[in-house]
Design a protein around this ligand. Structure first.
Ligand SMILES: [Zn+2]
Ligand SMILES: [Zn+2]
Length: 164
């Protein structure tokens, strides 16, 4: 770029659409464009909320997120927040209980979990190359060491200390 204005991340590739949803299929969404962030998160919140060692999270601007189920939001979804992050509204399916998306009301961004993106008949996530994780974040609190080529960070990728 020639000028010195703050760089705005361009995720406007509108041809990119990924769909996802809860386990039972009652709640569904689509996200458009490239994720602002796509990473394996090892933070203690993700670990405890998912009963998992780490999860694949991806962030999208509010303009790129949309619910797609036909039933009304109130019929399908309920929201909750955890005490330590009251500004983050988490949405789960009333029927199967899966949390499917969360809205950061401070930054107006939506987070969805990679494992819930739509898959092909072989179980592979559709469009994986454009949404696959680029790093391991909050790696200090990992439950397992990961030996792969992705960078490892104490916090978010690029804005925290790099561990590997
Ligand atoms: Zn469900
Ligand atoms: Zn996390």
């Amino acid at each position: 770029m020639l000028n010195s204005s703050p760089q705005v991340f361009d995720n406007s590739d509108a041809s990119l659409v990924h769909r996802g949803g809860c386990f039972c299929g009652s709640a569904s969404y689509q996200v458009k464009g490239l994720p602002l962030l796509s990473a394996f998160c090892h933070c203690t919140l993700c670990q405890r909320l998912n009963a998992a060692a780490f999860i694949h999270t991806s962030h999208f601007p509010a303009s790129g997120f949309e619910w797609t189920h036909s039933n009304s939001e109130l019929d399908v979804l309920e929201s909750y927040a955890v005490a330590s992050k009251p500004w983050k509204m988490r949405w789960r399916c009333k029927k199967c209980g899966c949390t499917v998306a969360s809205h950061n009301t401070k930054l107006d961004k939506w987070s969805v979990w990679g494992a819930q993106f739509e898959r092909d008949e072989g179980g592979k996530i559709i469009g994986w190359d454009s949404i696959k994780p680029t790093a391991h974040i909050f790696y200090d609190t990992r439950l397992v060491d990961i030996h792969d080529d992705l960078s490892k960070w104490t916090g978010y990728e690029g804005t925290s200390a790099r561990l590997a």
